[in-house]
Design a protein. Sequence first.
Length: 418
Amino acid sequence: MLDLKLIRQNPEEVKNALGQRKPEYIKAIDDILVIDEKKRIIQQKADALKSQRNSLSKSIKSKEEAATIQAQVKNINAEIQLLDQEQANLNESLEALVLYIPNLPGTDTPFGKNETENQEVHAWGNKPILNSPKPHWEIAEALGILDFENTSRLSGSRFSSFIGLGAKLQRALIQFMLDEAIEADYLELSPPVIIQGQILRGTGQLPKFAEDLYHIENTDQYLIPTAEVPLTGFYANGQALNEADLPKKLCAYTPCFRSEAGAAGRDTRGLIRQHQFDKIELVHICKPEESAIEHEKLVKQAESILEKLELPYRRILLCTGDMGFSASKCYDLEVWFPAQNQYREISSCSNCTDFQARRLNLKFKRDNKNELVHTLNGSGLAVGRTWAAIVENYQFENKLGFKIPTVLQDYMKLSEIS
RNA sequence: GGAGAGAUGGCCGAGCGGUUGAAGGCGCAGCAUUGGAAAUGCUGUAUACGGGUAACCGUAUCGAGGGUUCGAAUCCCUCUCUCUCCGCCA
């Protein structure tokens, strides 16, 4: 959520910045300004009447003199009720508008209409030289370590099961990624995967992206699409954080659930796009002036996982038109998939500045005053996609199977699966 | 699921329908005292919205929402959550 005062005081700046995402936001800001103006005028009227009412009520000392004042206050009350109702209505429409406005792109976020205008920052690693790379699902299904067919009868399309050594590899990846995060001073949380709608509004998934979520019927609860939600929301609406405790670095392993509405026909084969997948998530909560540096640290932490797994990847700086709702600046890490002959997203690291903090009421105390924190999140990493990337990049050319990355061999007690 | 108890500021804890945004204590911050500290003393310590260059002023908030009243933390209704006991259960 953007600061209303910022919109009020620098409307042109806000419109310029949001217009870089999509031109339609410019009109929304104009609407907000009009409603905000109306609301303030009404609030001033109502406050003045309430003030009058309070002092009249206080002036009643004896029962004898009460009658005339009572009549007076009753009249005032009728007026107040109308104004309050009007203000409540305006507030509602104002909130409805503001909750649909995304974060302002940072000044170092490049302008661009869509993903074609993202910028590659750097690429790392050597792509494997393979004459005819096989897709991961072919290799894995043939090895009997991954199943789609039986699983689709269990759960429907876009679900899968890991079997035997496949399941063990997934478990090893989770263990490895968590160990790496904890080594880097992250505090591990194991949160619920069912979360209140209020928190999802806070992190920005709601109200705009409700169709992407699995909703628990007859409740205000949802399955999380990412552990960013419970991690970022963990301290919401509670006591302000201590300045000395910042930056807070949290990590969690959780399953993630996405309805993938609107993705029909895309990535229908393999592990790339599933309704349920595992992910290790990293979240930083920090002071405003620290968030740019924390963002670089966060993305490097995610990169270090790929480097230790020796998977070729590149870092992309997203442009204004491709960036997520809550982000001000965002790097995507993309891992190389030989069979598809392309890089695919495996981590998305966002600096959300104070956007989520304002919606979540997430503050810290500095000089005896409450200030909004900045929040950052990134995957470290998406487990299913990492699993698939290992199978494809480490596949043997002359026989069925693949090598286990060196760092995982201790976890697996195994050097290859064939 | 059944029965009961409760929800007040960072925490504990008062609170007759009317100078109660809220006593008192703890904690925290500043100042004094000290060679330094402890102890002590004094002062200050909620949030949001609005108005004002500012000092400051107005309004709202005692779990949430509604109601009664000239006036509600205090009375009434609904909901939510927490705790205790019983039942069930990974």
